[in-house]
Ligand binder design. Structure first.
Ligand SMILES: C[S@@+](CC[C@H](N)C(=O)[O-])C[C@H]1O[C@@H](n2cnc3c(N)ncnc32)[C@H](O)[C@@H]1O
Length: 224
């Protein structure tokens, strides 16, 4: 895949809409619109020298929202193209009156090119869609092009955490990052990749995976 196709014209295969938004979801979309990033104002986010965390595919927002609530001195950017989850998170953001969070309600690949170099301290990708069939491997988010794009925007010693319970994706992620030597896998023992890191909250997909007797892995790679 060509890197320009990857960032300029990415093809998204997931769902963008689910059930019709509830009344509260519609209100959240209306009153929470200032929390939505517009392409033209992305640079505003980076004006303040904060610890910036990017969560890709925040889903119902258990980790995204709780992290922002717990760490008021960090700033959280979440990306997810699924409208219903954006509405759900906006509703929680308004409920808790959070000031350190914004949402890009679309494919993350479309905004990464606007991020300044060394602007992000951490990236979290919790239970990305695995696309386990071989014929769908190009649909997986983690690709060589993805790693090439995120490398410059992460700060030195910054990290990327990827959680998954699919064996095929586990192998795929490790292989991709091990081929890219500017990142190091920081696990020292199996305990490190078998347990959820202290700074992550349990998400819907982690719970689903545990209930179905699958074993999630947590891979943390650090930029050298
Ligand atoms: C399997 S769900 C996991 C949700 C959540 N992280 C959790 O653990 O419960 C994957 C999420 O990633 C989102 N997603 C898929 N591709 C994406 C992309 N290119 N950019 C941003 N989000 C994406 C989907 O819309 C979906 O909400």
């Amino acid at each position: 895949m060509n890197i320009h196709t990857f960032v300029d014209n990415p093809k998204f295969y997931g769902r963008r809409r689910g059930r019709k938004l509830s009344k509260s979801g519609q209100l959240a979309m209306k009153y929470g619109k200032d929390y939505l990033i517009q392409e033209g104002n992305i640079s505003n986010i980076f004006r303040y020298p904060k610890n910036i965390v990017l969560e890709i595919g925040f889903g119902d927002g258990e980790n995204f929202i709780n992290s922002a609530k717990t760490n008021p001195n960090s700033f959280y950017i979440g990306a997810d193209p699924f409208l219903n989850t954006t509405a759900k998170c906006l509703s929680k953001i308004l409920q808790y009156n959070l000031k350190n969070i914004v949402i890009w309600p679309d494919d993350v690949r479309k905004i990464l090119k606007f991020f300044p170099r060394k602007s992000i301290s951490e990236i979290k990708i919790l239970f990305p869609d695995p696309w386990p069939k071989k014929k769908h491997k190009n649909r997986r988010l983690i690709q060589n092009e993805f790693i090439k794009i995120i490398h410059p925007i992460i700060k030195k010693q910054g990290t990327i955490t990827i959680a998954t319970d699919h064996d095929i994706l586990k192998r795929w992620v490790l292989e991709k990052f091990q081929n890219y030597t500017e990142f190091e896998w920081i696990a020292e023992s199996p305990y490190d990749w078998r347990s959820r890191p202290n700074d992550c909250f349990q998400t819907k997909y982690e719970l689903k995976s545990i209930n179905q007797q699958r074993k999630p892995s947590w891979f943390i790679f650090r930029k050298k």
